[in-house]
Design a protein around this ligand. Structure first.
Ligand code: ASP
Ligand code: ZN
Length: 587
C-alpha cells in the first residue's frame, strides 16, 4: 500500500518526527480502509433505502468511529502536536485532521457516539426514504420542481410548495436530538459547539465565519435589493398579482427560494434541452473536463454511479439530492444524481463532476489519505461552481449544438439570468438564512420551540421572502429548515457554498484575464488546456497546503467579492433604470 511507503524514516529527522511518521503511516492506512467500508454502506443506504441497508450503514459508522475516535489515537496525536515545531507542516496538518475526525465520534464517550450514529442513520433514512405526495398521488422531488418551474397557476404552485415541505415535521424530532448529540461530540473534544468544530476546518472561529458572511452580504446588498425589486415586479406581472413587499416563496422556482431561475425569458434555454437524453448530459459534462486536458473518468464511474431518477414502477427509494463520492479515497468515484434533460441538471452535472475531478487530482502518492480533501470545503464546491458557470457560456453551448448558431441573447439578459440563477439571491440564502440559522441552533442553542419562527425571520430579513400564506403562517408544528438536505446530513457546512460562490468569480476573473484575455462575463474556456493546467495545479494539492496561501499563489488575491461585484457591474445601471420610481427593497 502506497501509504506505508511513507513511513520511511527521513535522514536527519528528530526522534519525535520519526514517531509521527510511524504513527501517521498506520493511521492513514486504517482511516482509508474504514472510510471505504463506511462509504460503501452509506452508498447502498442512499441509493436503495431499506432497513437492512440502514442497519449495515450504522454498523459501518460505528466501526469508523471506533478507529477515528479511538482514545489512543487522540492521545498520541495530541502528544505529537505538543511539540509541533519538531514536525513538518505535512505532519502537523495530518495530526490536526486526526483530531477533527475524532471529534465526529470521540470514543472517550462510546455511549454518546453510538447514540449519535444511530440518530444520524435514522435521519438519513427518513430523509432519503420520504415519499412525497401531491393530491394523494406519490411523486418525486423532480415532479414538484417541474411544477414550480413551469406552472403559472398559483394554487397549483402553492400545493407543490407545501407538498415539498411535508418532510419537515417528519424530520424534526431527529434533528432536535442530533443538535444535542453533535454538540456533545464536539464538546468532548474541546470545541465549544458543532458549528465551531466545522468552521475549524477553515482555521477560523464561528464569529469570524459569521463576520465573513456578513461582509459578503454587505458588499452585494445594493445589487440584491435591485434584483429583488425587479424580480417581484416581473413575477407579479406574470402571475397577474399586485406587487408584494416581500416575495411569496411559492412564486419562485426553487423550493427554498435559493436560486431564482426561469425569470429571464430571453435567457431561458430549457427548451433547447427538450428531446435530449439524460445520459447525454452527464457525458457532455465529462467532455468539458476532458477538453481542458483532464483524463476521462474511471470506467467504474459509469458502472457504479446512480445517475438517473428511479424508473416509474420501481419500488426503490433513493436520495434526491445530487452528490459525488470518493468511495475508497482512490479510484472508486461515484455520483448520485437524478439527471433529467434540462438546464438545471446540465449545470448540476458539471458541478458534481467538479468534485470527481478534484478527487482524481489529489489522489496521488504524495497526498496521504487524511489530506485527500479540498484545500477547504469551499474549494471543493467552488471548482464545480466554476465549471457550472463556464458550462452556461453561450459560445460553449453553441459549440455543443445545444443552442442554434443564430441564438443571440442580449448581454444584459444573460447577466441578469446569471445573477438570479447562480449568484446573488443564492448568497443571501447561503450566507444569510442557512448560516445564521445553524449558528443560532448549534452555537447559540436556540430553544427548539423557536426554530421555525427564527427560520422565517431569517428568510424575511435576509432574502426578502415570506411564506405563501403570509407572515406568521408557518407555526412550530412545521420545521421548514429540515426540508433542506444539508440541515440533516451535512450540518454547519452551508457557508461553504457562499464562499464557493465568491471563489468561483475570483477564479473566473483570473482565468478570463490571464489566460483568455476576454471579459470575465463573456468568455469561453471550454477546450482550453492552459486553463485546465491552472486548475489542476490547485486541485492536486488537496489538503496539503493552507487555503489562504494557495489562493494567493494561484490568483494573486485574498478571498474577496471584488470579482463578483465587477462581474455584475453592467447590470446595476440597467436595474436602476428599470426600477426607477419603484420602492427598492422591502423595509
Ligand atoms: N448546489 C449545492 C449542492 O450541491 C447547494 C444546494 O443544492 O443547496 O448541494
Ligand atoms: Zn457540491
Amino acid at each position: 500500500m502506497a501509504l506505508l511507503g511513507m513511513a520511511w524514516v527521513a535522514r536527519g529527522e528528530s526522534e519525535h518526527a520519526t514517531r509521527a511518521t510511524r504513527f501517521l503511516g498506520w493511521v492513514n492506512a486504517g482511516y482509508q480502509a474504514l472510510y471505504r467500508v463506511e462509504s460503501e454502506a452509506q452508498w447502498k443506504a442512499s441509493t436503495d433505502v431499506r432497513p437492512e441497508h440502514d442497519a449495515a450503514s450504522e454498523v459501518a459508522g460505528k466501526a469508523r468511529a471506533a478507529f477515528n475516535g479511538n482514545p489512543a489515537i487522540i492521545r498520541e496525536a495530541r502528544e505529537l502536536l505538543a511539540r509541533r515545531s519538531e514536525l513538518s507542516e505535512q505532519q502537523v496538518r495530518q495530526l490536526e485532521r486526526c483530531l477533527l475526525n475524532a471529534a465526529e465520534g470521540p470514543m472517550t464517550r462510546p455511549d454518546l457516539v453510538a447514540r449519535r450514529i444511530a440518530a444520524e442513520t435514522a435521519q438519513a433514512s427518513a430523509l432519503n426514504g420520504f415519499q412525497f405526495k401531491l393530491g394523494g398521488s406519490n411523486v418525486v422531488a423532480n415532479d414538484l420542481d417541474r411544477i414550480l418551474s413551469k406552472s403559472t397557476n398559483l394554487a397549483e404552485r402553492r400545493a407543490a410548495w407545501e407538498a415539498s415541505k411535508a418532510t419537515g415535521p417528519r424530520l424534526r424530532p431527529g434533528l432536535e436530538a442530533l443538535r444535542d448529540l453533535r454538540n456533545a461530540c464536539a464538546r468532548e473534544m474541546g470545541y465549544s459547539n458543532y458549528f465551531s468544530l466545522q468552521v475549524a476546518a477553515y482555521g477560523m472561529t464561528a464569529d469570524e465565519m459569521l463576520a465573513l458572511n456578513e461582509s459578503f452580504m454587505r458588499e452585494l446588498r445594493p445589487l440584491y435589493l435591485h434584483l429583488h425589486t425587479w424580480a417581484k415586479h416581473e413575477l407579479a406581472r406574470r402571475l397577474g398579482q399586485p406587487v408584494p413587499n416581500r416575495i411569496p416563496a411559492h412564486w419562485i422556482n426553487n423550493r427554498w427560494a435559493q436560486e431564482w431561475g426561469g425569470m429571464v425569458e430571453a435567457a431561458n434555454i430549457d427548451r433547447y434541452f427538450d428531446g435530449r437524453e439524460a445520459a447525454w448530459i452527464t457525458r457532455t459534462a465529462e467532455d468539458f473536463y476532458v477538453g481542458m486536458g483532464f483524463p476521462r473518468l474511471p470506467e467504474t464511474f459509469w458502472t457504479r454511479s446512480d445517475l438517473f431518477p428511479a424508473r416509474a414502477g420501481e419500488a426503490r427509494l433513493k436520495n434526491s439530492h445530487a452528490s459525488c463520492w470518493h468511495v475508497d479515497l482512490e479510484n472508486d468515484i461515484r455520483s448520485l444524481m437524478s439527471v433529467e434533460a434540462n438546464s438545471w441538471w446540465f449545470t448540476t452535472a458539471h458541478h458534481e463532476l467538479g468534485h470527481a475531478y478534484y478527487f482524481m487530482a489529489y489522489t496521488r502518492p504524495e497526498v496521504p489519505p487524511l489530506l485527500r480533501i479540498g484545500a477547504n470545503p469551499a474549494f471543493h464546491e467552488g471548482i464545480g461552481e466554476l465549471i457550472g458557470l463556464a458550462s452556461g457560456q453561450v459560445p460553449y453551448l453553441k459549440a455543443k449544438g445545444i443552442l442554434p448558431a443564430e441564438y443571440m441573447p442580449d448581454e444584459v439578459s444573460v447577466l441578469l439570468n446569471d445573477a438570479l440563477t447562480h449568484a446573488v439571491p443564492f448568497l443571501f440564502w447561503a450566507s444569510g438564512t442557512m448560516t445564521h440559522w445553524e449558528a443560532d441552533v448549534y452555537a447559540k442553542e436556540l430553544p427548539t420551540g423557536e426554530w421555525n419562527e427564527r427560520w422565517w425571520k431569517h428568510v424575511a430579513d435576509y432574502q426578502g421572502v415570506e411564506p405563501p400564506g403570509g407572515p406568521g403562517t408557518r407555526g412550530e408544528a412545521f420545521c421548514d429548515a429540515a426540508t433542506k438536505t444539508h440541515i440533516n446530513d451535512n450540518p454547519c457546512y452551508y457557508y461553504s457554498y457562499a464562499i464557493a460562490t465568491v471563489l468561483k468569480f475570483q477564479f473566473n476573473d483570473y482565468i478570463a484575464r490571464k489566460y483568455l484575455r476576454q471579459p470575465p462575463n463573456a468568455c469561453n474556456y471550454a477546450g482550453n488546456r492552459e486553463v485546465g493546467a491552472f486548475l489542476r495545479g490547485m486541485l492536486s494539492a488537496g489538503g496539503t497546503r493552507d487555503w489562504r496561501v494557495l489562493l494567493r499563489e494561484a490568483t494573486g488575491e485574498d478571498l474577496s467579492t471584488r470579482a463578483m461585484v465587477e462581474y455584475f457591474r453592467p447590470l446595476q445601471a440597467w436595474l436602476e433604470e428599470k426600477n426607477r420610481g419603484r420602492k427598492i427593497g422591502w423595509d
